[in-house]
Ligand binder design. Structure first.
Ligand code: NAD
Length: 476
């Protein structure tokens, strides 16, 4: 048993060395990563306004933004006084307070805004902000309707210098970047399937007096919310698009409201299959009645993306913290080798070796987001890298990323605004992600396969909308 273990670690050591060597110093390349600071960015402090500091917004302010010296919160807006006060308190009441975001946008010293209002209000606020000449960070899912997809594309075209970033923090995680580098270096061969899930055991309901029901529980109603697709799947379909380097061509699915029949009208369970132009499938599941997840290593929500390739698999999660596993599974018979002449009677023998290697089938190795290229570092750093890898494999230590991806996405936004750089999670990423959310919901509503090309003929008419600070847009 001990011998097997050593072998496995050698496989891991070889594979990591190979993957790391192939990716080289890519992760550290200037301008690519949120973790590389430029002198220029550090010099410039971006004055920003914050709109909608509810649960998400205050998390971003409390945990991250208040500690950044390259940004300064000069204005805060919320229609709900209690949330406004709590957010102002984080900055000792210094930012100017507003209850109408249009008034905040008139404040001239504001260069950028963070938007964390409910989904149905994202676009009206984004639109007003861009028209006021402000750079925009907006939470996912970026927009809510097909009309808004078309209108935001046009707005961006008309204002190309204004930065638009969407809050998809996996794009700023070192675990995810390391996994992507390993995949690009061939560690799992050719990706054929992706499985992603976010399983929870929760009702999502907030306690609210009847008059505040819609405002507090907007997530539960279709007129304000995209349900599980917008709130959870949006993160994971984006990982799939990013890792495959393509967008889906179609989606089909089944959704149900089968357990939480408490007046809400969003689905409480969804099962979807996205198909990509290269034939790859993303199989997606989100439920609200159980968070068990097979083979889970870390305690926490049942959230996972599994990338399945011809030579191995990679599992990733950011819930409750970043974690990644690599499972080698070498394909011994490939299309190429099969095509080469072999006596038919030998084929089944060759086939029986599929999936075997010095690593046991299903044996996994932790991904180190801080892994170095052993060929490019000195002796001590190289030995430390192998020692860390050994400790991770033995379960003595857990790999961690040095920067919280939420911190990284916010910090990176301020730097990109200062430097005029395009963010990783830019407007195109955000729009494509929103399209996937809308079409996934449509496929379940209409019980049919929906093609992504359909978005181009959907909702082209300019939408009628209220963009006042009242928060009322969809009939509340
Ligand atoms: N990236 C992530 O991991 C993540 C996690 C949670 C939430 N989110 C997103 O963040 C957004 C907010 O979610 P939440 O849970 O914080 O919602 P929330 O209801 O707790 O907070 C929304 C806030 O916006 C305020 N608001 C509503 N209309 C407004 C208006 N017109 N002007 C100013 N303020 C207004 C509300 O009063 C409230 O304080 C959603 O889009 C959600 O999907 C993202």
């Amino acid at each position: 048993m001990a011998e097997k273990n050593t072998d496995s670690i050698n496989v891991n050591r070889r594979d990591f060395a190979k993957a790391a060597a192939a990716v080289g110093a890519a992760a550290a390349a200037a301008g690519q990563g949120p973790f590389v600071r430029t002198a220029k960015a550090a010099e410039r402090k971006i004055k920003y306004g914050f709109i909608g500091p509810g649960s998400r917004g205050r998390r971003l302010l409390e945990r991250h933004l208040q500690f950044m010296d390259h940004g300064e919160c000069v204005a805060m807006c919320d229609i709900y006084e209690k949330n406004l006060k709590k957010a102002l308190d984080i900055f000792d009441g210094k930012p100017t307070a507003y209850t109408d975001y249009n008034k905040l946008l008139e404040q001239e010293d504001i260069e950028a805004v963070f938007i964390t209002v409910p989904l149905f209000m994202h676009f009206p606020v984004i639109k007003a902000a861009l028209q006021a000449g402000k750079h925009v960070f907006c939470e996912k899912s970026l927009v809510f309707t097909p009309e808004e997809v078309h209108e935001l594309r046009a707005l961006h075209k008309a204002n190309p210098k204004l930065t638009i970033q969407v809050g998809l923090q996996r794009r700023y995680s070192k675990f995810y970047h390391k996994a992507k580098e390993m995949i690009d270096a061939g560690a799992i061969g050719e990706i054929t399937h992706i499985q992603a899930m976010w399983h929870r055991n929760t009702n999502w309901r907030r306690k609210a007096k009847p008059e505040f029901e819609d405002q507090f529980n907007w997530r539960l109603y279709r007129k304000y919310s995209g349900g599980l697709c917008a709130e959870l799947m949006s993160h994971q379909v984006d990982v799939s698009d990013w890792f495959l380097g393509q967008h889906p061509r179609s989606v089909m699915g089944v959704g149900g409201l089968d357990y939480w029949q408490d007046g809400r009208d969003i689905y409480d369970n969804i099962q979807l299959i996205f198909e990509y132009p290269g034939g790859q499938k993303l199989q997606y599941s989100s439920i609200m009645t159980n968070r068990h997840i097979a083979g889970r290593r870390v305690p926490g929500d049942g959230c996972r993306e599994t990338i399945l390739g011809t030579n191995g698999a990679i599992e990733l999660t950011l819930i409750p913290y970043g974690d990644g596993m690599y499972y080698p599974d070498r394909m011994k018979v490939t299309m190429e080798s099969q095509a080469k002449e072999k006596p038919p009677e030998e084929n089944w023998v060759a086939g029986s070796t599929v999936g075997t290697d010095t690593a046991e089938q299903g044996e996994g190795f932790p991904i180190d987001p801080e892994a170095v290229n052993p060929n490019e570092v000195g002796f001590i750093e190289k030995e430390l890298f192998f020692a860390r890898t050994w400790a991770y494999n033995k379960g003595i230590m857990r790999p961690e990323e040095s920067v919280d991806p939420e911190y990284a996405e916010l910090s990176s936004f301020l730097k990109d605004v200062a430097d005029g750089n395009r963010p990783r999670a830019d407007v195109d990423v955000g729009l494509q992600d929103s399209i996937a959310v809308m079409l996934a919901n449509l496929s379940m509503d209409e019980e049919r396969k929906v093609y992504f090309s359909e978005i181009e003929t959907m909702g082209n008419a300019a939408p009628e909308m209220s963009s006042t600070g009242s928060g009322s847009r969809a009939g509340d």
